[in-house]
Structures are given as structure tokens and as C-alpha cells.
Design a protein around this ligand. Structure first.
Ligand code: NAD
Length: 446
């Protein structure tokens, strides 16, 4: 469980039903390619709010030559679930139409892979999946590759524990780039679960290999987020403070492993990573040595939760996740960042917000998952202007932009999260987790 449970229906409703409350000037395209570094992206201004990113607003894709994709992971991110609006295969189908040919689905769970393929083959997207072969691992797939069936892209949505490292068994990126040099990669967040240095080593390796890589920090593609970037760039603002708040509704989070930080890197590295990433997107590089954090642990009086849907006693006490993590840090610019993550709400909707402050300005991004709204306060006005956009789908934008870059050349559409940049977000999330663990109160003697 990674983000609001209800985000799929709510967000899809929102993208169709909302209206633009403030009409905004369109800025000439094409967008500059957003560079990997958040600091340099601060200067990017290209953004066209009128571009339709909802799938039902796209011009139907035309027939043409096959576009061959290998999908790694037959789980929720690639094939959808009730937990949220993510579903990469659905977006690939809408982007590529009859050209999409999924040549391989790699997943050690053959049953899960066959199940998702069966569903696809019973629908109108049959042509994309009727010849898909299921492989248990990348090595066995590689043996089948010829010049004729070489993929145009590899879509990686396997658990992060199996990638983002140079260690055998966790070195998927190395296998991919050695086996299929130059093939563009889409890789889900977080980029790893292990050592941060190893993830940086993978980033170096990918830079050297020259593969085009896009990482799934999809909130960067939201129009409201791009609007914030535009305001900052056009007004030459220096961000002074960023305040991120991610309060999850825990009542339906029924995966035992999610509550166990020995099985899962925990709520900051897994979940709040999207907000740490946005904080870096607006604030630039974080000074990791400055991170301080506190947690509320399960054994403290205020940390008792009444509606945990799993039997937490099955998890060793030292591996149970914190209920609250509050962190602050400095950015290299001197700006201050802060994050509050809490496992506190019941019901289904999360409460999430990111505030960015600069001289004379407040930019408040509210509910980016369900119903993204931007509240803008400008110099000379005490009131907030409210902006929201119809027809936005950041998941479609990230898929569409990578395909455009593959087909029409790098830079055609912005890739907003590079691998190296994503590793820097990964490093920030670990710095927060570690800082909170260092300052945690000891459990009472048993
Ligand atoms: N951007 C988002 O909002 C978002 C949303 C959901 C998930 N995610 C990310 O997507 C990734 C996958 O999450 P999920 O929810 O789909 O998980 P999941 O558990 O639903 O599915 C993972 C799938 O990968 C398979 N798998 C396990 N080991 C594998 C390996 N070595 N190679 C290939 N496949 C393997 C599993 O059998 C399973 O079918 C995670 O990194 C997660 O953080 C991102």
C-alpha cells in the first residue's frame, strides 16, 4: 500500500469533473526537457496547461509498426488494483493502441502473470497480449531475444528489493543494460531498498550505459505541480521553505509486510518518498547531514492505534513501523524543508499537502492524489487564488512522455525524474528514517 486507497475512483472523477477556477496563460511549447537536477529544473518554465493528459481525451493512436514492450512485474503498478489509479499497462495501451505488443511478462509468480494476461486476452486489447510469453526471470527471457523481437522499452514494476543494487539477485538494472544495451527503461519508485551507495553505483552504471531511464515519480507530472514550477521560474523566486504533510488512512492497509520494516523499507522510504521527491523538486538538493527527525513509536502511549487491520503481534516489536515521523532539514540553498508523515487516519482518504514559501508567495498543493488543487497567494494580495485542471492524469503523462522520447528523440517530451535524481530522493528518505531511529525513545522494559 503506497498511497491513498481511494485514489483511483476519486482521482479519475476529479480529472473528469473538475473545472478550471482560474484561467491561466499558456506558455509556448515545447517544454524544455527537465534536467535531472532539481536545482536546474527550477529554471524551467515551459508548461502548457491546455494539453489534455486524461486518456479519454487523447486522439486515438494510429496503426503502425509494432512497439514491443517487456513488462517486469505482474502486480498492481503494472496491471492495476483497487488501491489506486496506477496501471501502466492500461496507459501503454492507450498511448500505443494497436501497435503495442507486450512480448514478455517477467514475474516469478507464473500464476499471477497468467491471470493478468488472461484478463487482457479476454478484452479488446487482445492483440497486445496474445503472444506475450511469461518468464520467471530476466535471464530466461534474454535467451529468447533476437534482432527481430528486441524490445523498444522495458517497464519495471517489480518490488524494489530486487533491484537498485549491484549485488546478484538485486541487480536487475545491470542485467538489463548488459543484456539489452541501449533499450530505454521505465523504473518504479523507490529505486531500491538496500544501501544508498549501491543505488548511486547503479545510477553511475546507467549513466555510462547511456540507456534512457524514467523513474515513476508521477506527481512531478501533475499540471498543478508544473504550474508551481512555472510561477517560481517566471518570478525568479527563491524557495525559502517547504512543508510536506502526508497523513495516511491506515484502516484498510491489510498487507502484513507493510507494517514490518524488516520486510519493507518503511513508510518514509516507500510512501512519503513521493513528497520527499516533490520537496527536492522545488527546493533543490537537501543537505543530508542536516536532517533531524523524531518518531512516535508503537510502544509509546500516543502511538497506540485502535484499528490496525493486521495482527501486529506477528511482527517483532523492533520491526514495527513508527506511527509518526517528523523531520526537518536544510537545502543547499539555505531553505528549510520539513515533513510530517503519520499513520493516523481511519476511513479511506489520505490527507496530503505540500506548501512552498518564497518572498511574497505561498504555493499550497493540496490533495495531489485525489483532487489536486493549487492555492496561490501572491504579493499585494492577502487572498488565495485557486487553480485546478480538468483532464489531468500524471500516470498517463509519464508513460506518454517516455514513449515520445523513444519514438521521436530524447527531449521531445520532458522526462521529469531521472534515475540519479530518484536516488537522491532515496537518499533523503533514508536519512530521515535513520535520523528518526537515532532519536527514538527506547521501548519500555518488557
Ligand atoms: N508510483 C506509484 O504511485 C506506485 C503505486 C504502486 C506501486 N508502486 C511501486 O511499484 C513497485 C511494485 O509495486 P506493486 O504494488 O505492483 O507490488 P505487487 O506486490 O502488487 O506486485 C509485484 C509483482 O512483482 C513480482 N515479482 C517479485 N519479484 C520479482 C522479480 N524479481 N522480478 C519480477 N517480478 C517480481 C511479484 O510476483 C508480483 O507479481 C514498487 O516499487 C512500488 O513502490 C508505485
Amino acid at each position: 500500500m503506497l498511497a491513498p486507497k481511494t485514489i483511483r475512483p476519486a482521482m479519475l472523477r476529479a480529472t473528469r469533473g473538475t473545472r478550471v477556477l482560474a484561467r491561466l496563460p499558456a506558455v509556448a511549447r515545447p517544454m524544455q526537457r527537465m534536467a535531472a537536477s532539481a536545482y536546474s529544473t527550477q529554471r524551467t518554465t515551459g508548461f502548457d496547461p491546455s494539453v489534455k493528459t486524461a486518456m479519454d481525451k487523447q486522439t486515438p493512436p494510429e496503426p503502425g509498426s509494432d512497439f514491443r514492450v517487456v513488462i517486469v512485474g505482474a502486480g498492481n503498478i503494472n496491471f492495476g488494483s483497487d488501491e489506486g489509479p496506477w496501471n501502466h499497462s492500461f496507459r501503454l495501451e492507450h498511448k500505443l493502441g494497436p501497435r503495442l505488443k507486450v512480448v514478455a511478462l517477467i514475474d516469478p509468480s507464473a500464476e499471477r502473470a497468467r491471470d493478468v494476461l488472461k484478463t487482457k486476452c479476454q478484452s479488446f486489447v487482445l492483440s497486445a497480449y496474445k503472444d506475450t510469453i511469461v518468464y520467471p526471470d530476466f535471464k530466461s527471457y534474454l535467451e529468447s531475444v533476437t534482432e527481430e523481437n528486441r524490445p523498444h522499452a522495458i517497464w519495471v514494476g517489480s518490488p524494489p528489493a530486487f533491484r537498485g543494487s549491484t549485488e546478484p539477485g538485486r541487480n536487475l538494472e545491470q542485467l538489463l543494460t548488459d543484456g539489452l544495451p541501449g533499450v530505454p527503461l521505465f523504473i518504479e519508485k523507490p529505486v531500491a531498498t538496500g544501501d544508498v551507495d549501491q543505488a548511486f553505483a547503479v545510477a553511475d552504471m546507467l549513466k555510462k550505459s547511456g540507456n534512457l531511464v524514467s523513474v515513476g515519480y508521477m506527481l512531478r507530472y501533475l499540471k498543478v505541480v508544473q504550474k508551481m514550477k512555472q510561477i517560481i521560474a517566471e518570478n525568479h523566486l527563491r524557495v525559502m521553505a517547504i512543508n510536506a504533510r502526508y497523513i495516511m488512512a491506515y484502516e484498510h492497509t491489510a498487507k502484513l509486510d507493510w507494517w514490518d520494516k524488516s520486510k519493507n523499507p518503511g513508510p518514509i522510504v516507500e510512501q512519503a518518498t513521493h513528497f520527499c521527491d516533490l520537496a527536492r523538486y522545488f527546493g533543490g538538493e537537501a543537505d543530508l547531514s542536516s536532517v533531524v527527525a523524531h518518531s512516535l513509536e508503537h510502544y509509546e502511549p500516543a502511538g497506540r492505534l485502535s484499528k490496525i487491520p493486521v495482527d501486529e503481534s506477528l511482527i517483532a516489536p523492533e520491526n514495527r513501523i513508527p506511527r509518526v515521523t517528523c523531520a526537518t532539514w536544510k537545502f543547499d540553498t539555505g531553505a528549510v524543508g520539513s515533513l510530517t508523515h503519520a499513520v493516523a487516519l481511519q476511513g479511506t482518504d489520505y490527507s496530503t499537502e505540500l506548501d512552498v514559501y518564497a518572498d511574497g508567495y505561498s504555493l499550497r498543493l493540496v490533495d495531489p492524489y485525489n483532487n489536486p488543487m493549487l492555492y496561490i497567494r501572491r504579493p499585494g494580495d492577502d487572498h488565495e487564488e485557486v487553480v485546478r485542471y480538468n483532464d489531468d492524469d500524471p500516470f498517463f503523462s509519464e508513460v506518454s512522455n517516455l514513449i515520445d522520447c523513444i519514438e521521436k528523440g530524447e527531449g521531445t517530451s520532458p522526462i521529469l525524474s531521472s534515475y540519479e535524481d530518484a536516488v537522491k530522493t532515496y537518499a533523503l528518505t533514508w536519512a530521515i528514517r535513520r535520523a528518526s531511529e537515532r532519536s527514538a525513545r527506547s521501548p519500555p522494559p518488557s
